[in-house]
Design a protein around this ligand. Structure first.
Ligand code: 9MR
Length: 571
């Protein structure tokens, strides 16, 4: 299998912000600097310069040069870069490149709602579909879900929420980080563009910011996953709910015939719920005080239950019919939950829990080289403490902010070193399952540091990270559907399955692919990608779930970053 990588001149196929860095990569065997030309749409030369040879790139095995035209600042469409005989894909220069990416990345969540009809009015005919898992045959309803045999003898009404990904599972650990990142996108931009009327969802024009409406769809599900009072493990959260057996593709959610089951509670899920609900409580307070109270009550009960049961781990082998999402280290979830509860309540017990955490003050542990993820969430707590108004004394606040800027320094240095400009230098050079989300989460740290310090080096590393995701990469692909000339469009999804059935749609614009994963963890990847260099281990094939799935926890940081860069352009 030889991937079609198109032109060896690699650029951000969407474009570059007028005031931002403007960099590209050229794949060539040449070792001496080469002349490059920036062409305007009418074919005239807008700028010229010479490339910088960078040698062999360890992530791709490609011999590369880089080029930059940072100082060129004339807005326009249809620019290209030519080096010798080779010309890049076209791109724009401007301030308003990412407003649709912000709303498209957020629309992903409505598209993937469970328990509600997805209406053409909001998504168009092509993406409209009946409600999934509302108990209409052949579905079993999520409004009355029993436990797996032997786990409990009650049922829960856990309707709603978002489907996790290409599958129809609903997982508290992954739902929690995703909803938290949507809430954070709103929280950093509360006066901005995510308000009421900003999204195409049924709740628009209800006087509540739309991103909060979307988040509520998931928060209600998380609350529903809590073990009822009076039961053993009351206050804990069930780890997940999904089909008894894996289903095949394609399969619209309402056509899933599998029994749905609750899996055992876990400490990780419980703390995840505590953190997300605590954050939700402070944000819903001005809009729906009763819901805010409900969230805070659930958060405090969950946190207390986790303290009482600190080591109930999900079974790593519980991966039939849904993902395992197992996690045997909950120091990070404890840190995250304590931090959110402290920001929301100001209670000193939570502050003490933050200060007593073995992770506190250790930037390299909280913000690892691999970046944060559903299984390593302490960063979310540190980012909230660093940016959201709270009662930490000045010295303690400075320490938290120092953890963030220290991490941002490391990620910015990684971006400088990378010939493709991405702020991601994972352990052992291994690109993990969902690597694109790791890149994005590092970008979130950088953007946070940029807003804390006004240091443009951090901002630049966010933007060169976005360049990587949108085409300046070893495969010359934009990993976001609908953005760039060579965008991916066959992500693993049971309904967006045009590759398998021409009557079904491709993913809608704004859907992020998981990205290169050199562990080759699905049959297609194993078959096609043997021996691939890490950043090349990707194929735009619907069955390559380990390189090409979509999930809520990957689109959430995309939405966060799209919002940040759209604001940059506006400012
Ligand atoms: O994103 C998850 C990744 O970190 C794990 O390595 C992988 C294997 O356990 O699972 C990924 O999550 C998948 C989940 O298990 C089921 N729904 C789809 C998720 C994305 O592929």
């Amino acid at each position: 299998y030889e991937p079609d990588t198109g032109s060896p001149v690699r650029v951000n196929q969407v474009g570059y912000l007028t005031e931002g860095p403007k960099r590209g990569t050229f794949v060539t065997e040449a070792t001496e600097p080469l002349a490059w030309t920036l062409n305007a749409a009418d074919g005239t030369a807008a700028a010229t310069g010479t490339t910088t040879p960078r040698g062999v790139d360890p992530t791709s095995g490609q011999n590369t040069h880089t080029f930059a035209f940072d100082a060129f600042a004339t807005p326009g469409e249809g620019y290209t870069v030519t080096i010798g005989e080779e010309t890049s894909e076209p791109f724009a220069l401007g301030d308003d490149l990412y407003d649709t990416l912000r709303t498209d990345a957020l629309a992903y969540f409505y598209h993937n709602r469970s328990g509600i009809e997805i209406e053409a009015e909001y998504v168009g005919e092509e993406y409209a579909r009946p409600a999934g898992h509302v108990g209409v045959a052949p579905n079993q309803g999520d409004d009355d879900v029993p436990c797996q045999p032997g786990v409990c003898d009650y049922t829960l009404d856990a309707a709603g929420g978002w489907y996790d990904a290409g599958d129809h599972g609903k997982y508290v650990v992954n739902g929690g980080i995703s909803v938290a990142q949507l809430l954070s996108a709103y929280e950093r931009d509360a006066a901005g563009a995510l308000g009421d009327g900003s999204l195409a969802i049924p709740e628009r024009d209800n006087d509540v910011p739309d991103v909060l409406d979307e988040a509520r769809w998931e928060l209600e599900f998380l609350l529903a996953m809590q073990v009822p009072a009076g039961e053993e493990l009351a206050g804990m959260a069930h780890h997940k709910l999904h089909d008894r057996e894996w289903t095949g593709l394609p399969l619209r959610p309402d056509q899933d015939p599998q029994p749905r089951e609750l899996h055992p509670p876990s400490t990780a899920a419980t703390l995840n719920l505590a953190a997300a609900a605590a954050q939700g409580a402070r944000l819903f307070e001005p809009y729906d005080a009763a819901f805010a109270d409900e969230l805070l009550d659930a958060a405090t009960t969950a946190y207390a239950a986790a303290l009482a049961h600190p080591d109930v781990y999900a079974d790593p082998n519980d991966g039939v019919g849904g993902g395992a999402y197992s996690d045997n280290d909950v120091r990070d979830e404890f840190y995250w939950a304590a931090a959110e509860l402290y920001v929301t309540t100001g209670q000193d017990a939570y502050r003490q829990a933050v200060l007593d955490s073995p992770l506190h003050g250790d930037s390299a542990a909280v913000f690892t080289d691999d970046g944060f993820s559903w299984g390593w969430t302490a960063a979310l707590g540190a980012l909230s403490l660093a940016t959201v108004d709270n009662d930490l004394p000045a010295g303690e606040l400075a320490e938290v902010r120092g953890m963030v800027t220290d991490a941002a320094d490391r990620y910015a240095a990684d971006a400088e070193d990378a010939v493709y400009g991405l702020p991601y230098a994972p352990t052992g050079g291994n690109y993990v399952w969902g690597s694109n989300s790791q890149v994005l989460n590092n970008m979130v740290v950088l953007a946070t540091a940029a807003e804390l310090t006004d240091d443009t080096a951090y901002r630049d590393a966010v933007l060169t990270g976005l360049d990587y995701l949108l085409g300046r990469n070893p495969l010359n692909l934009s990993y976001v559907t609908g953005y760039g000339e060579r965008d991916v469009r066959n992500q693993h999804h049971r309904f967006w399955a045009n590759q398998l059935n021409a009557n079904l749609p491709n993913p809608p614009a704004g859907s992020l692919a998981g990205g290169p994963n050199n562990a080759l963890q699905d049959p297609i990847a194993e078959d096609l990608l043997q021996g691939c260099a890490p950043a090349m281990c990707y194929v735009d094939h619907i069955e390559s779930y380990s390189t090409n799935e979509v999930t809520v926890n990957w689109n959430a940081p995309l939405a966060w970053i799209a919002s940040y860069v759209d604001d940059l352009g506006a400012g």
